[in-house]
Design a protein around this ligand. Structure first.
Ligand code: ADP
Length: 269
């Protein structure tokens, strides 16, 4: 696997405040990496740097190309960003035309547009919503439409920016499960930038931002085992993860389970 996102000694400051100091982030193609950090640790700033919305001379390499002011278009084609509140992003009156919108602007052929909509709608299980107004959907459905619009453009990387933090637990689990499936099918790279440690469960690697740099970087379950370090960064292991890890240690279950009903089922077996 090759590196698809790399920052090399990334340092960044707003006028007086130093946000990052020599931060080395490296993500391989096809990985799902969660970047977690308390409020103010620089999550949004990192996302803006990776997409060129903020810029300085630090070296950032995306899919083999060094990010520069004159190649932002090429870089941005590789990256799809899903924000938390997509409501005011919708510009059309049906889900179908919403997904088609950017493809139409880019003058894709009608046949190709229809083909992609059909496939994405199937993958995201939103076929029944295609003729509805996206503004009238539930929170989870809206995020699915936003995701569909991005996936239709076939980015190599998806950046999640607190994308599912407004959703309830079940909606969040559903969309992350679906995205996981799509990620495997399409060999997508996912960088989930969030303050919700529970979401780390979907990624194989977990990076904790703290004090202008990376505090821990490792396989998710290994990082979860460093509870004291996590606490230092103001993070607490989610109750269900903690409980599952203990039950797993005693051999009572074989995986981390976030859903209480599912956990009870697994314990009964
Ligand atoms: P997070 O997303 O982890 O909450 P941010 O990247 O939004 O963190 O912010 C990191 C720090 O940078 C915070 O202390 C914030 O106040 C400061 N900051 C964010 N944006 C700006 C800006 N445009 N100008 C000056 N300081 C900023």
């Amino acid at each position: 696997m090759s590196e698809i996102i790399q920052t090399k000694n990334l340092s960044f400051r707003y006028d007086t405040e130093l946000i990052f100091y020599r931060l080395n982030l490296s993500v391989k193609t096809g990985e799902w990496v969660t970047v977690i950090g308390p409020n103010g640790s620089g999550k949004t700033t990192l996302l803006k740097l990776l997409t060129g919305l903020l810029y300085n001379d630090s070296e950032i390499v995306i899919d083999g190309i060094r990010l520069k002011k004159n190649n932002l278009k090429t870089i941005r084609k590789k990256i799809g960003v899903i924000f938390d509140n997509v409501d005011n992003q919708f510009v059309t009156e049906t889900v179908k035309s919403e997904i088609a919108f950017t493809m139409e602007n880019l003058q894709y052929k009608r046949k190709e547009i229809n083909h992609r909509i059909e496939k994405i709608a199937r993958q995201l299980k939103i076929e029944h919503l295609l003729d509805q107004d996206p503004h009238h959907l539930s929170g989870g459905e809206k995020q699915k439409v936003a995701l569909a619009s991005i996936l239709a453009l076939k980015p190599k990387i998806i950046l999640l920016d607190e994308s599912f933090s407004m959703l309830d637990v079940n909606e969040r689990k559903e969309i992350l499960d679906i995205l996981k499936q799509i990620q495997k099918e399409e060999d997508l790279t996912i960088l989930n930038i969030t303050h919700n440690l529970e979401e780390a469960y979907w990624g194989e690697r977990l990076i904790v931002l703290y004090n202008r740099s990376i505090l821990i970087d490792g396989p998710t379950l290994d990082v979860f085992a460093h509870d004291k370090l996590l606490n230092r960064a103001g993070l607490e292991i989610p109750f269900m993860v903690d409980l599952s890890m203990k039950l797993k240690l005693y051999g009572l279950i074989d995986r981390i389970i976030l859903d209480m009903d599912e956990l009870v089922d697994a314990l009964w077996k």
